[in-house]
Design a protein around this ligand. Structure first.
Ligand code: NAD
Length: 264
């Protein structure tokens, strides 16, 4: 990833996947990583760590990933400053815990806006910028990665609107891979299983109140994942090492999505 310019959304929390991915990518010596989030209380700390630990330009920007104007502004800034954009990790997301009978239109539309529209607008603006920098692009081309979820693939694995929004992300990425034909831009999703982060803390608390072992029992590895276990795959998808991987949904879930409870 030498000389690459990267944008990551949803990177404000030190216990989150976006933060872990920025730190993991920095080991590959890109030129710059824009770390963005709708909250910016921690972002400057991350940006500084990228600089001091890895000598990578770390730039913190407050970006609402569901705002087309905000996304366009940070993409334009990267292009104006560095003349290129190589990687966009559309990672920002929300998870409201409602299920079928108590879901509301407001929650549903908000979830779709933050989780799915954010990915579509990211693909639109990032791919336009990557096209402009095609001269500078290596064989592996531009790489856009969206954070979907196993909940978007395996029904019932998450709250109803969250699962629907992540299924939309998987579909948007598959369509985009084809629509970007001939442009040397790859688009993939990662589909994490249950990772212990701020996002899942309310669900973990609810599980602990009921039956702490129940969620772990559903996973062949009998544990939750860690952000770094997603970050390594995202970094691989961003790098030239994955140059022929395109339009894929990569499950990183300890085997949860393929497994069924043992039948005695
Ligand atoms: P996290 O809470 O650390 O990260 C989510 C981040 O998105 C937060 O920093 C939050 O401030 C930010 N955000 C929310 N709305 C935003 C907006 N409109 N614009 C910009 N930023 C916004 O939790 P995480 O688990 O690291 O989540 C990262 C991504 O991983 C999410 O898309 C989530 O759906 C996905 N994911 C997580 C899990 C899991 O088990 N943790 C599983 C599958 C997928």
């Amino acid at each position: 990833m030498e000389n690459y310019v990267v944008i990551i959304t949803g990177a404000n929390s030190s216990s989150g996947i976006g933060w872990a991915t920025a730190m993991e990518m920095a080991k590959k010596q890109p030129k710059a990583i824009y770390v963005t989030d709708i909250r910016d209380d921690q972002l400057p700390i991350l940006a500084k760590k990228l600089q001091t630990d890895y000598n990578v330009d770390g730039i913190a920007r407050k970006v609402d990933a569901s705002s087309e104007d905000d996304v366009k502004a940070v993409v334009d800034e990267a292009l104006a400053t560095y003349g290129r954009l190589d990687v966009f990790f559309a990672n920002a997301g929300i998870c409201l815990l409602n299920q079928l009978h108590n879901e509301t239109k407001t929650n549903f539309l908000k979830t779709m806006e933050v989780n799915a529209w954010s990915v579509l607008t990211a693909i639109q603006h990032a791919s336009a910028a990557m096209e402009k920098t095609s001269e500078a692009k290596p064989k592996s081309g531009g790489s856009i990665i969206a954070n979907a979820s196993i909940a978007g693939i395996r029904s019932g694995a998450g709250p109803i609107s969250y699962s629907a929004s992540k299924a939309a992300v998987v579909s948007l990425v598959q369509s985009s891979a084809w629509r970007l034909k001939g442009k040397n831009i790859r688009v993939n999703t990662v589909c994490p299983g249950f990772i212990a982060t701020d996002l899942t803390q309310p669900a973990i608390n609810a599980l602990n109140d009921m039956n702490p072992q129940a969620a772990l029992d559903q996973n062949p590895l009998e544990r939750f994942g860690e952000p770094i276990e997603i970050a390594t795959t995202v970094t691989f998808l961003a790098s030239s090492e994955s140059s022929f991987i395109n339009g894929q949904d990569i499950r990183i879930d300890g085997g949860f999505g393929r497994s069924y409870r043992h039948v005695p």
